[in-house]
Design a protein around this ligand. Structure first.
Ligand SMILES: Oc1ccc(-c2ccc(-c3cc(Nc4ccc(CNC5CC5)cc4)n[nH]3)cc2)c(O)c1
Length: 316
């Protein structure tokens, strides 16, 4: 009988991996690989993150233990939930829910965008997942299409909190990290020591635009190019950020005169614009965005929440 292994390294090695049949590799990172597997006795599909040799590398082991502690705290309908964790042959294995495909798969299959109805439903569910993280003082830090999973019934969940961090204590700077450039907020690009959950709101704005058009909003090929694209499309940076950029790149980055308009119309564009305010303090929280007129008007939130409850099996 497999038991839920505690996260203490002293957990005896179990034979849990034997109960799963490996089907495919669905993701790879610097600390391990994510496998699509089937549970032999029930046929349930799962995703298993297999860490690299944990015992030999103290950094990987520390990272794995921190990730496991965080994942055990987080359970939500719009986060991919961890089912169990076990150790075998000096490695940690994290077993998660399996969903049919990623938002990246959808974008690659729909070059012109997902259509506003799908984009709106995906955005609403993602904001619920991100709001739950932020309410639990967790910043995801790597929101991007590959880290958004979609079930074959249209349920959307955030995954791969491998980069996630607990909110730093007041005054404590964060360690440097490199999330995916195209979704990185201006405060990260200018390496501001203190950043907060607003970096996830920026990334959500980038995702929403990409779901509407099918194209990444800011596909920068360097950090300076990333900043130049942001200034060109959404305008001036916050003065303290602009000073850093002017010092680093002079006039190469542009004056902040708005160029191409944001995609979307009406309330969709308003939601996008507030997520993409260059001043992090001016970006609304996920909780506030969930109450935005775009979702509340014409009863969308009320009817979609009922649909979600039914799909998630919440309606008895
Ligand atoms: O800290 C962590 C570490 C890993 C995860 C994680 C948990 C679950 C998954 C996952 C992936 C998945 N489904 C999936 C299905 C398809 C693909 C790739 N599609 C393209 C066509 C080849 C990628 C993923 N279902 N569940 C992926 C990552 C996590 O959520 C947190």
């Amino acid at each position: 009988m497999d038991r839920r292994a505690s996260i203490s390294p002293s957990t005896p090695c179990s034979r849990s991996m034997d109960k799963y049949e490996q089907l495919a590799v669905v993701g790879e990172g610097s600390y391990g690989v994510v496998l699509k597997c089937r549970r032999r006795d029930t046929g349930q599909l799962v995703a298993i993150k297999k860490f690299l040799e944990t015992e030999d590398d103290a950094a990987v082991r520390k990272m794995a233990l921190r990730e496991i502690r965080m994942l055990k705290k987080l359970r939500h309908d719009h986060l991919v939930n961890m089912i169990e964790v076990f150790r075998r042959k000096r490695r940690f294995y994290l077993v998660f829910e399996y969903l049919d495909h990623t938002l990246l798969d959808e974008l690659e299959a729909s070059p012109g965008g997902l259509g506003e109805d799908t984009a709106k439903k995906h955005m609403y569910q993602l904001l619920k997942g991100i709001d739950y993280c932020h309410q639990n003082s967790i910043i995801h830090r790597d929101v991007k299409p590959e880290n958004v999973l979609v079930s074959n019934t249209g349920i959307v969940k955030l995954c791969d909190l491998g980069f996630a961090r607990a909110l730093a204590a007041p005054g404590e700077p964060y360690t440097e990290y490199v999330a995916t450039r195209w979704y990185r907020a201006p405060e990260l690009l200018v390496a501001e020591h203190r950043y907060g959950p607003e970096v996830d709101i920026w990334a959500m704005g980038c995702l929403f635009a990409e779901m509407l058009t099918g194209d990444p909003l800011f596909p920068g090929d360097s950090d300076i190019d990333q900043l130049a694209l942001i200034i060109k499309i959404v305008g001036k940076l916050a003065p303290r950020h602009q000073q850093v950029v002017s010092r680093l790149a002079g006039s190469a980055v542009g004056s902040g005169v708005r160029g191409r308009a944001l995609p979307g119309t009406g309330l969709a564009r308003d939601l996008l614009a507030v997520c993409l305010r260059t001043e992090p303090r001016a970006r609304p929280s996920a909780a506030t965005l969930l109450r935005h007129k775009y979702f509340v008007a014409d009863g969308f939130a009320e009817s979609f929440n009922a649909e979600l409850r039914m799909k998630l099996g919440k309606d008895i």
